[in-house]
Design a protein around this ligand. Sequence first.
Ligand code: NAD
Length: 260
Amino acid sequence: MEQKRLQNKVAIVTGASRGIGQAIAVAYAREGAKVVGIDIADQTDTASKIQSMGAQFAALQADFSKFTRKDAFDLIAKVTQLQGRIDILVNNAGIIRRAPAVDYSEEDWNALIHINLTVPFFLCQAVAKWWLTTGREQSPPNARLKIINIASMLSFQGGILVPGYTASKSGIAGITRALANEWAKERINVNAVAPGYIATENTRPLREDPKRNQAILDRIPEGRWGLPEDIAGGCVFLASSEADYINGAILNIDGGWLAR
Ligand code: NAD
């Protein structure tokens, strides 16, 4: 029988209740990983999808809008108690708020930066600290910690009416490179996946606006919105040993949007 690509790996996926995070969690479980989903929302749907495949899923609840650096360290400690170790962290949970730049509120700006950038950084710190102090020692000599951040087209472009989101996703691309640079020698791979326009809750208002919907479709060489499952394959690859020599990369999965 063919060996699954993430057999017995322990993977944390944030924002696993639906959308892209759910698709990543399901794909990881299919490849043999034990997945721990972290979300503010109920994760029953993800749990039943994964458990019906005969795979393991554990759900932990956290509200990232009020999440501190200490909360991140406590969460990583809880997962290592629960599963014994961590092999993969996917920072996927994220929000978007739309408003003209001159009207963008302090509350929206702070929420965007905190949930989309600060919390992922705290989780990277916490999981890397665990790896450097205990995890690496307890692992086979060639084992590696894989961190995958979910970036965006707005890691590269300005976007329309989403300055806080653009700032957070440009920041995610920056910390992906900064941490990759610092941690490659520690056997930690830090990379990102940048989804194009994917049909989820995050982009529902765009699809409901006939003009924006058509303008977006006209610009995508593939001619369709992406699906969450389109993103999951790249996340499996970056988490697998096939990607051991990939550090600080941002993998665009965008139906050709950026190639245009
Ligand atoms: P989504 O809104 O369907 O999912 C977001 C997930 O994050 C949900 O499970 C939600 O409950 C969770 N979440 C939100 N706020 C949270 C909080 N305060 N604490 C904990 N969890 C919280 O959106 P999605 O499209 O699946 O987005 C997933 C990631 O992909 C995000 O980082 C998003 O920015 C990114 N992304 C999406 C697209 C797209 O086109 N959909 C494009 C580029 C990047």
